[in-house]
Structures are given as structure tokens and as C-alpha cells.
Design a protein around this ligand. Structure first.
Ligand code: FAD
Ligand code: 2HG
Ligand code: ZN
Length: 512
């Protein structure tokens, strides 16, 4: 895309609102002008004194620190680039509070950043906003083995916490491919869904409390460890999925289930999406309480993983669709028997064409890698257009077929290096009716984008689906929220933002 193709629309409090449900070029950059100020060396001096240690401040204002700032200014998809000149890495909630208060008093814009694995550009500054990273706030505060309630700093890495819990026979109720880097605060702020939502439910149910620094610097300590508390509005829910727009989460309290003693994984080959739906229906019937994941991968997703990761596929032949089923329970014999009966049933009734069952932990991990490894493998070429949608199950895959048809008719897909699109791929959390439509490309390309948007969003709107099932809005989906939410809901969201962040310093230009 050329720079002159980018249309910048500056949204001020008085300007007419763009209607995202009307056809609008997606390369428009929507900027809400908040009137925040520019960073000076005096400001940096204040933060250095406040945080003391050298490693707590990456200062690109008084010197060239571009190499150190690079990882904070660029997202996982290599699609969004910020221009921050200052990264602050506080160690405590009190430090976060003082930073935020100072920023609010001085009208300095802030972007909270956890593991920077978000997929909608939410963790990257649009201009030179200050990044407040939670990386040094990484202590587990308490864990009660009786109730399974964990209280931890927002900067704890998900996988580290899960390992801690494994040593205490518990499991974190969220698991996702980015677990080695993402932070609990980022997980809660994006209301991440992940691979086992089917079993453990959403963070809206599992998070019991949050500690948050709101934009005026006040520390709101709502780190409840109660499962039940019906005393008034449940305000913590506002911060779950708020993507850093009304405060910085500094601590979370969360209910963690007992770790299952028996885990089985099966990887199935199927001839159609219709059969995948039957396999899912039968999985619920045969496996009911032990079913912990039901994931869908189409044939092309697995071919691309094979091509990029250069490994031998789990099944001999090629199949149009694959499903990964996981069971988690407390009695190996009982679970094995149930799963074997299920596999017998789906094979003998021609629902699946082939299947393999993991025999040990290494094979469990290996089968999961064919599902979890998809996003990384698709990132192998120039870039990926990503749509994370929720639509009723019967039509879930139709979106992939229709998108493929559209891009083929436009002559944009192929093995020829001159064509932009490598393929149109569908996979996701079938058990939650959540599809990931991914279009890996050799380069971000305006012709591809014109075919995809608003086509995909209109397709979803017609089916009353959601344009963002689990990844959030960030900057990528902000202009399109109107496809899934009514004007009234948008107005109420804007009222909340104005109420808690009247100066507009928290993660500006994004979300709503
Ligand atoms: P970041 O990327 O740093 O930030 C995400 C957003 O939250 C930003 O808007 C940021 O400003 C805000 N934020 C971060 N920390 C805080 C805080 N402490 N307080 C307030 N706001 C904060 N997502 C899913 O839902 N399901 C998946 O299965 C899934 N799989 C993934 C697999 C891969 C390989 C990758 C790269 C990403 C995946 N994601 C998935 C997306 C991403 O990992 C999640 O959204 C994750 O929860 C983000 O956590 P983070 O710490 O990296 O947050
Ligand atoms: C997953 O389920 C993640 O693997 C990432 O949500 C999906 O990259 C994507 O589109
Ligand atoms: Zn996902």
C-alpha cells in the first residue's frame, strides 16, 4: 500500500461520526483526537526518579534507544508499528498508580502492554504513547489449594503460572498457543478464549476479582476471593475485555480447577464440514463431562503446517477436514473406554474417515502442535489477514468457502509468487462456534483487502454473528464494531469510557 492510499480521519468530540455499517474503505485510519501532550525530557526525568532502577525505564527521549524499543513498538503479526520513545516497567501497583496519575495530570497518553501477543494491534502505540509494561510485576501472591483460588500479579506469564499450578494439582482455566509469552493481565484485558473454553468457560466466569489502576491513578482493590458476591453491580466485568482503555490491571484473582489426571487426545480425518458437525454432536453425546476441547482444522491449514514445520502428518492420507478432540478426567480407564466407544461409533457410522489416538504425553503434545502451530506457520509469508468470528455452527465454514471463491474469482490466489494470496484457511474452536478465517499473503495488499472488507463483515452481520469472538477490537477491528453492536450499545460504551477516562489518556485511538 502506498502512503497516499491511507486516508486519515481525525475524530474530534464535535466531528460527525463515521458509520462503520456503511461501506467504508478499510485502509482508512480512524483517529480520535484526544488532545494528549508530547513527551519531554522533564517527564522522563520524573519517571526515572520514581522508578529508580535503570532497567525500569527504556528512554528513547534523551538518547537513541531504538534497538531496545523495537520489540515494544512492533506486534506479533508485524502489521502494526508504534513510535514510542519511552517504556516504563514498574515493579509494583503503587508505582503503576504514580505513573498513571502523573500521566493523567500531564495529559500524557499510555498504552498498557503485557506479552505483546495480541492479534488486533491493541498493545502497540499508534503514535508515541508511553508504554507501561507489566513484565516486572510477576509474583504469585497466594494460592489456596482447598478452593483453587489463585491471586497473582498481572505480569505473570500464563505458562509459568500453569506450571506452578501443575505442581499443586491444579490447572489454569485458560490455555492458548501464546502461553509462553502472554501475561495474565493481557489475558484478562482481552478476555482471551483459547483452547478449553468449552470445558472451563470464559474469564468472565472464572475471574473472581481484579486490582486495577484507573486513569486518575486510584488503585481499585477488588481482588475478591469469593465465588459469590451479589452486592451491587459487578464492576470487575467492565475491566475483563476492556483492552486497557479504562485502567491498567495490576492483579487478578481467579478460580482454578483441579488438574485432570487423565488426558486423551484424538486426531481425526473427515470428508466434509457436515461430518465434522456430526462428529461434534456425537462427541458431546458420548463424552459429555470429560470433553475438554473440540477443535477444527481444514485440509489447507494442515498442508501449510506440514510445509512450513516440515514434519510428518499424524494420518497417512489427506482429508478435507481434521478435528482434534481432547478429554480430561479423573479416571483413565473410564475415559479410555468412553473415547474408544466414541471412536468405534464414528468410524463404523462413516462419520470419520480415519483417526489416531495419542499413546503418551509426547504424542499428546505432538497432535496438539498440528492445531496450536497453525498461527505461527501461517505467519511464514509476508502477512496474514485474520478474522476471528462467531457464527452459528451450521454456517461456520461457509465463510471460508465463500471467501476462497471470492479471492479466486478476483485472480488473487495461487502458487505463483506474483500472486498475493497463498491460501484461504479456516480453523478454530468448533466447540465454541468460533472460526479463525486466515488469509496468508506474500505481502499486505490493497486489492486483497478490498475483496475481504467489508465483504467478511457484511457476511457476518447477515448471520447476526460477532466480528470478534475472542481477540478483541484493538485498532484493527475498531472501525467495524458497528457490524456486531447496536448504536445504543456503542453509545453506552462511549459513556463508560468518558466517565472513567475523561482525558482520554488510556490506550487512545482504539476499541470504540
Ligand atoms: P498484549 O498483547 O500485551 O495486550 C493485549 C491488549 O490488552 C492490549 O490492548 C493491551 O493494551 C491490553 N493490556 C495488556 N495488559 C494489560 C493490563 N495489565 N491492563 C490493562 N490492559 C492490558 N487469543 C485468544 O483469545 N485465544 C487463543 O486461542 C489465542 N491464541 C493465540 C495464539 C498465538 C500464537 C498468538 C500470537 C496469539 C493468540 N491469541 C489468542 C491472542 C493473544 O495471545 C491473547 O489476546 C492474549 O490474551 C494477549 O495477552 P498479552 O499479555 O500478550 O497482551
Ligand atoms: C488460535 O485459536 C488463536 O490459534 C489464533 O486464537 C488465531 O491467529 C489466529 O487467527
Ligand atoms: Zn483462537
Amino acid at each position: 500500500m502506498d502512503i497516499e492510499d491511507i486516508q486519515i480521519y481525525v475524530e474530534t468530540p464535535d466531528s460527525p461520526r463515521l458509520d462503520p455499517t456503511k461501506q467504508m474503505p478499510s485502509w482508512i485510519l480512524l483517529i480520535t483526537f484526544m488532545g494528549t501532550r508530547k513527551l519531554s525530557s522533564n517527564h522522563v526525568q520524573y519517571f526515572k526518579q520514581l522508578l529508580g532502577s535503570e532497567s525500569a525505564v527504556i528512554d528513547g527521549v534523551s538518547k537513541d534507544a531504538s534497538a531496545d524499543l523495537e520489540a515494544f513498538n512492533c506486534d506479533w503479526l508485524r502489521k502494526y508499528r508504534g513510535h514510542t520513545k519511552l517504556v516504563l516497567r514498574p515493579k509494583s501497583t503503587e508505582e503503576v498508580s504514580k505513573i498513571v496519575k502523573y500521566c493523567n495530570d500531564n495529559m500524557l497518553a499510555v498504552v498498557p502492554q503485557g506479552g505483546n501477543t495480541g492479534l488486533v494491534g491493541g498493545s502497540i502505540p499508534v503514535f508515541d504513547e508511553i508504554i507501561v509494561s507489566t513484565a516486572r510485576m510477576n509474583s504469585i501472591r497466594s494460592f489456596d489449594e482447598m478452593s483453587g483460588i489463585l491471586v497473582a500479579d498481572a505480569g505473570c506469564i500464563l505458562e509459568v503460572v500453569d506450571q506452578y499450578l501443575a505442581g499443586r494439582s491444579h490447572i489454569f482455566p485458560l490455555d492458548l498457543g501464546a502461553k509462553g509469552s502472554c501475561h495474565l493481565g493481557g489475558n484478562v484485558s482481552t478476555n482471551a478464549g483459547g483452547l478449553r473454553l468449552l470445558r472451563y468457560g470464559s474469564l468472565h466466569g472464572n475471574v473472581l476479582g481484579v486490582e486495577v489502576v484507573v486513569p486518575d491513578g486510584t488503585i481499585v482493590d477488588e481482588l475478591s476471593t469469593l465465588r459469590k458476591n451479589n452486592t451491587g453491580y459487578d464492576l470487575k466485568q467492565l475491566f475483563i475485555g476492556a483492552e486497557g482503555t479504562i485502567g491498567i490491571i495490576t492483579g487478578v484473582s481467579i478460580l482454578c480447577p483441579q488438574r485432570p489426571q487423565a488426558v486423551n487426545v484424538a486426531y481425526l480425518g473427515l470428508e466434509s464440514f457436515g461430518k465434522a458437525q456430526l462428529a461434534f454432536r456425537e462427541a458431546k453425546r458420548h463424552l459429555s463431562e470429560i470433553l475438554s476441547a473440540f477443535e477444527l482444522m481444514d485440509g489447507i491449514s494442515q498442508e501449510l503446517v506440514e510445509r512450513v514445520a516440515k514434519k510428518k502428518p499424524p494420518l497417512e492420507g489427506k482429508h478435507p477436514f481434521y478435528c482434534l478432540i481432547e478429554t480430561s478426567g479423573s479416571n483413565k480407564e473410564h475415559d479410555d473406554e468412553k473415547l474408544e466407544k466414541y471412536l468405534e461409533f464414528v468410524l463404523s457410522n462413516d462419520i470419520i474417515s480415519d483417526g489416531v489416538l495419542a499413546q503418551d504425553e509426547t504424542q499428546v503434545q505432538s497432535l496438539w502442535s498440528w492445531r496450536e502451530g497453525i498461527p505461527e506457520c501461517l505467519n511464514h509469508w509476508g502477512g496474514v489477514y485474520k478474522y476471528d468470528v462467531s457464527i452459528p455452527l451450521p454456517e461456520l465454514y461457509q465463510l471460508v468457502d465463500d471467501t476462497r471463491e471470492r479471492l479466486s474469482s478476483a485472480g488473487l490466489i495461487g502458487d505463483d509468487e506474483s500472486l498475493p494470496v497463498v491460501g484461504v484457511v479456516g480453523y478454530g474452536h468448533m466447540g465454541d462456534s468460533n472460526l479463525h478465517l486466515n488469509v496468508p499473503t506474500r505481502r499486505f495488499d490493497r486489492d486483497v483487502e478490498k475483496e475481504l472488507e467489508p465483504f467478511v463483515y457484511e457476511w457476518i452481520q447477515k448471520r447476526n454473528g460477532s466480528i470478534s469472538a475472542e481477540h478483541g477490537l484493538g485498532i484493527a477491528k475498531k472501525p467495524f464494531i458497528g457490524y456486531s453492536r447496536s448504536r445504543k450499545m456503542l453509545d453506552m460504551m462511549k459513556d463508560i469510557k468518558k466517565l472513567y477516562d475523561p482525558n482520554g489518556i488510556m490506550n487512545p485511538y482504539k476499541y470504540i
